[in-house]
Design a binder for this molecule. Structure first.
Ligand code: DC
Length: 227
């Protein structure tokens, strides 16, 4: 009999964390949680409501008005993030949000807000969550921690293809600049910077297909859930 575990996937922007996390969750019958989508949705709210996040009072008031939920689309089986009852899955992927999300996610109050929700979602185990601090801060006791990485050039190319579908005017230079600056901010911020947990396993997928990386990670998950 296999036990339900928590699987964390942390790593740099656009190194395929969500692809692998979704594959694992589907195969294992687990819940997939995209923690980055939560920071993106908070950033979107701030942009839509002209919230000055450097103003502590305004920030605290704004956070009280934010309701986040993941809802599965019954037609596609995909999980979408809802911000105050509205599906914002596509809006949060736009470059205007990507350009501000690292700044917003470095704020202590924002992190406390998001981490509390993430920990709540993991209470029953059977969760695959991807992000930057999931194995280090959100679930330091997780049974399987994966730290994902891939060469910069590959990551930029992958994100460019994704962004192109949303906005045909986006250039590869813009995507490169955004990825590099987010990686820098995410790994150098004071609170919960991106780093590999001591007990995380590194998965470099530069030369792996999504199928190959899945096989590797699925074996790890089986091992950990049989222990
Ligand atoms: O995974 P993503 O690229 O959608 O995440 C968007 C941003 O959110 C990322 O640049 C940093 C932030 N983030 C974070 O600080 N902590 C997490 N657990 C997940 C994302």
């Amino acid at each position: 009999m296999k036990k339900k575990i928590i699987i964390t996937l942390d790593g740099w922007s656009s190194c395929g964390k969500s692809t692998l996390a979704k594959q694992l969750a589907t195969k294992l019958g687990y819940t997939y949680v995209d923690s980055g989508a939560m920071y993106r949705a908070i950033t979107l709210y701030f942009l839509q409501h002209q919230v000055l996040w450097t103003d502590e009072k305004m920030l605290t008031e704004a956070l009280k008005k934010i309701e986040l939920a993941f809802v599965e689309d019954s037609a596609t089986g995909k999980s979408n993030i809802y911000l105050n009852g509205k599906n914002v899955e596509l809006l949060i992927r736009e470059l205007v949000v990507a350009e501000k999300v690292s700044e917003v996610s470095a704020i202590k109050e924002v992190r406390n807000f998001a981490v509390a929700k993430q920990q709540e979602m993991g209470k029953q185990k059977g969760v695959v969550m991807d992000g930057r601090d999931i194995g280090t801060v959100v679930f330091p006791e997780a049974e399987l921690k994966i730290f994902m990485t891939a060469d910069n050039e590959i990551r930029i190319k992958r994100r460019f293809i994704e962004m192109r579908e949303l906005d045909s005017n986006v250039s590869i230079e813009e995507v490169k600049k955004n990825i590099e600056s987010r990686d820098y901010t995410d790994s150098n911020r004071e609170i919960s910077p991106l780093r590999k947990a001591d007990d995380a396993i590194v998965l470099d997928n530069t030369h792996l297909t999504t199928g190959q990386q899945f096989e590797i990670a699925f074996n790890w998950a089986n091992e950990k859930s049989s222990m």
